[in-house]
Design a protein around this ligand. Structure first.
Ligand SMILES: [Zn+2]
Length: 299
């Protein structure tokens, strides 16, 4: 039976129907604009539009449960959305409102968690029981999947390693704290490090190119990525001891993170003499968000 998922983004809302036995591609997939400037009720209507369009193109009726990936997280104690950069959603009981509007059970999860769920169940981490799916890009986030189920946590923040503190780091984070992982090796943080050490304002791929050409400042920037990534992910491994870590996002795309050198940088901080954890590239690309949302509808 097909699973239905919706990926609610800041600019578009994507809907997909998938057959989990054949996860390679969606049975049906479509998108509409979010138009969040028109307000919360409009966004809810646009989601209803995606669901009715899926019914129309598939000739099927909506299932009893639909998974929905959202920016931000649902506060478990109130059911209201928080931490969303689509600000009209914050403070709103989106799951309850969607369940009422769609006439189904709406199962919500943070969009990074949906990506982790998709990669753990349909993508790179398939077949492993404990998977930590991370995004290292503009920000640093993550999601924990155990036996094909997302761990949300008491506050809905499970897996948010991007705001763990790092030793010796003092940069201010937007979250109000200092020295967060995200201020050290997100893409913008690495670009800032390169510039602060006397370089030009360059994007990360160009810094990588210059490191390959032997430029010392660029090499130092990537050394910092390896060392700090090793320290930060080791803290997660010591706590969760996952079978696999799937590394998504623009920084996660760098070959450097899958080398023996990086494994050694991780192992240096792991409370074990050897490291069997797999570090895997994501396999689902930009389908991960909507596929993961659909997988919320499994069980
Ligand atoms: Zn922070």
């Amino acid at each position: 039976m097909a699973l239905w998922g919706i990926d609610l983004g800041g600019t578009k809302i994507e809907g997909a129907m998938i057959d989990p036995a054949r996860p390679g591609e969606a049975l049906h997939r479509l998108r509409v604009p979010t138009e969040s400037a028109k307000g919360y009720e409009h966004v809810v209507s646009q989601i209803e539009l995606v669901v009715s369009e899926l019914e129309r193109v598939s000739g099927q009726r909506r299932p009893a449960k639909i998974g929905i990936g959202t920016p931000g997280a649902t506060e478990p104690s109130t059911g209201r959305l928080k931490n969303s950069n689509t600000t009209c959603l914050n403070g709103r009981p989106l799951a309850a409102d969607l369940s009422a509007k769609l006439g189904v059970r709406a199962s919500l999860a943070n969009d990074a968690n949906c990506c982790a769920l998709a990669e753990a169940t349909l993508g790179a981490g398939r077949g492993r029981s404990v998977v930590f799916g991370v995004i290292v890009g503009t920000g640093v986030g993550g999601g924990i999947v155990v036996n094909a189920r997302l761990i949300d946590g008491r506050h809905g923040i499970a897996g948010e390693w991007g705001h763990n503190p790092m030793r010796g780091e003092t940069a201010r984070c937007y979250c109000g704290r200092t020295g967060c992982v995200e201020t050290v090796f997100s893409g913008p943080a690495l670009e800032r490090f390169y510039q602060d050490s006397g370089g030009e304002a360059l994007r990360l791929p160009e810094i990588v190119r210059r490191a390959d050409a032997g430029e010392l400042r660029a090499t130092a920037t990537l050394d910092r990525l390896v060392e700090k990534f090793g320290e930060a992910i080791a803290a997660v491994i010591n706590l969760l001891d996952p079978d696999a870590v799937v590394i998504g996002g623009g920084v996660g795309n760098l070959d450097l993170l899958y080398t023996e050198r990086t494994r050694q940088a991780v192992l240096a901080h792991v409370f074990n003499p050897e490291l069997q954890t797999e570090f895997l590239r994501p396999q689902l690309g930009d389908s991960a968000g909507v596929f993961g949302a659909a997988m919320l509808g499994a069980d």
